[in-house]
Design a protein around this ligand. Sequence first.
Ligand code: ATP
Ligand code: LTN
Length: 332
Amino acid sequence: MESKKRIFSGIQPSGDITIGNYIGALRNWIELQDGYDCIYCVVDMHAITVKQDASVLRKRSLDTLALLLACGVDPDRSILYIQSHVPEHAMLNWVLCCKTYIGELQRMTQFKDKSARHEDNINAGLLTYPVLMAADILLYRADLVPVGIDQKQHLELARDLCVRFNNAYGDTFVLPEPYIPKTGARIRSLQEPEKKMSKSDSNPNAYINILDEPDAIMRKIKRAVTDCESVIAYEPETRAGVANLLEIYSVMKNLPMEACVKRFENLGYGELKQAVAEAVIEVLSPIRQRYNELVADRKALLRIAEDGAEKARAIARKTMGKVYHKVGFDSK
Ligand code: ATP
Ligand code: LTN
């Protein structure tokens, strides 16, 4: 029997998970479990590239794991774990750092954005962040990586490193492909639609947290910035705010964009916002309820994390053994 293709993806426990994360990535994580062998990771090691309070980070990592379970990640079918529990990530990171040119890292858009936002802390980890991400993916020989479009550039580096390593040392890693949704790959800020919705935005009205209560969701969407046109149309280049609301609606209702535009043909922005908010509330309410149950039982969450890390390590250790041998380390 042909074995299933492998999926790997990660999410940072760096703040409230937003509907941008859900629409761009998590929703696909859940769906892909049907046909693939999936590995999902809470990437706490990536999160410390910006300042974190240790006890807050520890709590958030487990909370994020609970949220992934609440969204539908099934630990009986998929491997779910916390990155720092598997030391092979750091080991491969180092080897790959020695195969990466500084110029490749300096031109990364996320590095430029984050170093502008955290001027007082432009640390080496912020620069090498994409190498650790490449290590995550290559360690598990993943075929597909479901992410939002903002991660495409990082994935290209992972592909370059894969080819570079394989050319130098013989076939070791699998060339990963990005899996980016057609609709919702870049959900925009509700307040500044020219920017992406981000969980680290200082204005909570700019994003919807997956755990927001229905009244907060309604209020934030009603306040979303649109434009002063009167007709509802999908024109992402020129009318980003309205296009964003239509994309959120399309994904939440599982309806093609043409059908969504038709649905609002003769209606106004007030009606559009009401319908979008209701669609978001309908999808998020059961997730919030499940999360509240799961997060209360820390012991059970830790057990799931430990179990996931053990399964992940069994795969990671094998790859790492080969890599160490190939680069000339004395393997036992
Ligand atoms: P931060 O703002 O702290 O950098 P983030 O919101 O970008 O975080 P990540 O943990 O870096 O979140 O990303 C998790 C996943 O969500 C990635 O696959 C990323 O591409 C996707 N994602 C993030 N923001 C959006 C967005 N606005 N629209 C679609 N997908 C997104
Ligand atoms: N950099 C990613 C998170 C991430 C990731 C990964 C995604 C870390 N390692 C491996 C896919 C595969 C982000 O979303 N900012």
